[in-house]
Ligand binder design. Structure first.
Ligand code: MD5
Ligand code: FE
Length: 203
């Protein structure tokens, strides 16, 4: 079922439910070649969320800043191709939210362990901010913080659970957002983790 959050932001509750097993298998395959790493932000902080990527371009943080790159600096290789099941899910969900023709070239895979969080930020490293972002939650539930257009604006708390998909487009594309520290638990499919697939058109 669909739950509008704000203009341009739509939650598709349990939309990925039937393919979560397939998605996790692909994540394991990708991570076997391009392992999850805790990146260091330009400010020198180790991120509590571990990351890897698939698709033509991958997002990363390092001392120089945040960027999309075709190379994984940890493995020295390119990123694995985006599996067809990933691309198709993202394209279909974007279409259901009114963004037909979404063709992501980057999929950031975030892995949250107990205590891992994402502080309030905006996603603006992509070239065309009219393109939406599609995010897929897997495993342990997390509390998502949905803010406004300035860091100090009030935030709304939204619980994101296994199989939920959110499409962030239109005016919501540039809202501040974050994830509260993950509560420990065990999920039958993902164990002690939450995973989030974040599909973007980077270039
Ligand atoms: C997550 N990841 O659950 C989220 C899902 C990230 C990140 O935030 O940058 O890796 S994407 C949430 C998102 C993206 C773009 C806009 C908005 C939310 N928004 O306007 O709230 O790991
Ligand atoms: Fe973000």
């Amino acid at each position: 079922w669909q739950e509008p959050l704000a203009a341009g932001a739509l939650i598709l509750r349990r939309r990925a439910r039937d393919i979560t097993g397939q998605l996790m298998q692909q994540i394991e395959r990708i991570a076997a070649r391009n392992p999850f790493h805790h990146r260091i932000t330009p400010g020198g902080h180790r991120m509590s969320v571990a990351m890897t990527n698939c698709g033509a371009l991958g997002w990363s943080a390092d001392s120089r800043g945040y960027q999309y790159s075709a190379q994984d600096e940890f493995s020295g290789q390119g990123w694995p191709a985006m599996p067809q099941t990933f691309h198709r899910l993202a394209e279909e969900c974007a279409r259901e939210a009114g963004f037909a023709g979404f063709n992501p070239d980057a999929c950031l895979i975030n892995r949250y362990e107990p205590g891992a969080k994402l502080t309030l930020h905006q996603d603006k490293d992509e070239r065309d901010l009219r393109q939406p972002i599609v995010s897929v939650s897997l495993g342990l539930p997390a509390v998502f913080l949905f803010g406004g257009f300035e860091r100090g604006d009030a935030t709304q708390r939204v619980l994101l659970e296994h199989g939920d998909v959110v499409v962030w487009g239109g005016p919501s594309r540039l809202r501040y957002h974050g994830i509260l520290p993950l509560k420990a638990g065990i999920h039958p499919l993902t164990g002690a983790f939450r995973f989030n697939l974040t599909f973007r058109r980077a270039r």
